[in-house]
Design a protein around this ligand. Structure first.
Ligand code: NDP
Length: 288
């Protein structure tokens, strides 16, 4: 039986529509959410991501402040910009588009962002709070994956979730979020032997690897929910995920497409975090 498609585009549009209404209300109280987007250099993929983020801001009424600076920018210059944005009251959230050009220290830059403006949720405070189950900014891509699961009524409680990929921005936070929802979680990575066996145990299978067809159809348990976070470009120029979609959909219960799954959700959750940051900056009580 073919899987039910998890329409990330639609879930993301619903989230943005709700945010748009909330932003109108906030503006009537004098609160104007603002996001600063820092793009260093001219990486075409990064330029595309930044353009999508700016478009999402414009659509729902978030002010976006773009800082497109040359690849020759030095570390002290970039740090100075982050400090300026940290101190700018019009800026509620700061997003530095990764990867940074060679020679720049990503870790120092990310750690410099004020925890109150870390809408990407990559900094130590946001990640620490996630581990401690305390309210804080949740990294956008894993948060978006959870929202898709929730939107389709998939309850992780008591289920076995397998995540392939252990990065700080996707795999690890996603594992913590699934754990928070009472799943039993296995994290796999490049040194995991028997990846297929691990995946076949998954009721919820999440792929965040960055290699097309890492997950083949025979690695999917009948009826599983498959969440594909990978973004890969084939030699023909097609965007695909990490999962062999056509084969996996024949066995899965639910499956996210690429594109149209995790991608739009990531941007929607960035908008969500920016609104959250604006409310917190205004001293409002927030429910995270
Ligand atoms: P990383 O490269 O940081 O991490 C990849 C992970 O995959 C690592 O943990 C690595 O293991 C693991 N891995 C690599 N090869 C294998 C293998 N053959 N079997 C099992 N595990 C393997 O990537 P990210 O987490 O940053 O991103 C993952 C993917 O998600 C990428 O395609 C990226 O483009 C996409 N992405 C999509 C977003 C969206 O908005 N949709 C946002 C962010 C990322 P090890 O740790 O051992 O090296």
């Amino acid at each position: 039986m073919a899987a039910q498609l998890i329409d990330g585009k639609k879930v993301a549009a619903d989230i943005r529509a709700k945010l748009k209404i909330e932003i109108e209300e906030l503006k009537s109280k004098g609160i104007h959410p603002g996001l600063a987007v820092v793009l260093v250099g001219e990486n075409p993929a990064s330029q595309k991501y930044v353009a999508s983020k700016e478009k999402a801001c414009a659509e729902i009424g978030v002010a976006s402040f773009a800082h497109k600076i040359p690849a020759t920018t030095t570390q002290p210059e970039l740090i100075k910009l982050i400090d300026q944005l940290n101190n700018d009251t019009k800026v509620d959230g700061i997003l530095v588009q990764l990867p940074l050009p060679k020679g720049l220290d990503e870790k120092e830059v990310m750690n410099r962002i004020s925890p109150a403006k870390d809408v990407d949720g990559f900094g130590p405070e946001a990640l620490g709070k996630l581990v401690l189950d305390e309210p804080g900014f949740v990294a956008c891509t894993p948060h978006g994956a959870m929202k898709m699961i929730e939107a389709y009524g998939i309850d992780p409680k008591g289920k076995h979730a397998v995540i392939v990929g252990r990065s700080v921005i996707v795999g690890k936070p996603l594992a913590l979020l699934l754990l928070r929802k009472h799943a039993t979680v296995t994290i796999c990575h490049s040194r995991t032997p028997n990846l297929k066996e691990e995946c076949l145990r998954a009721d919820i299978l999440c792929a965040a690897v960055g290699k097309a067809k890492t997950i083949t159809g025979d690695m999917v348990k009948e009826g599983a929910a498959v969440i594909d976070i990978g973004i890969n470009v084939t030699p023909e120029g097609k965007i695909v995920g990490d999962v062999d979609f056509d084969a996996a959909k024949e066995r899965a219960g639910y499956i996210t497409p690429v594109p149209g799954g995790a991608g739009p959700m990531t941007i929607a959750m960035l908008m969500y975090n920016t609104v959250l940051a604006a409310k917190m900056a205004a001293g409002m009580k927030v429910d995270i």
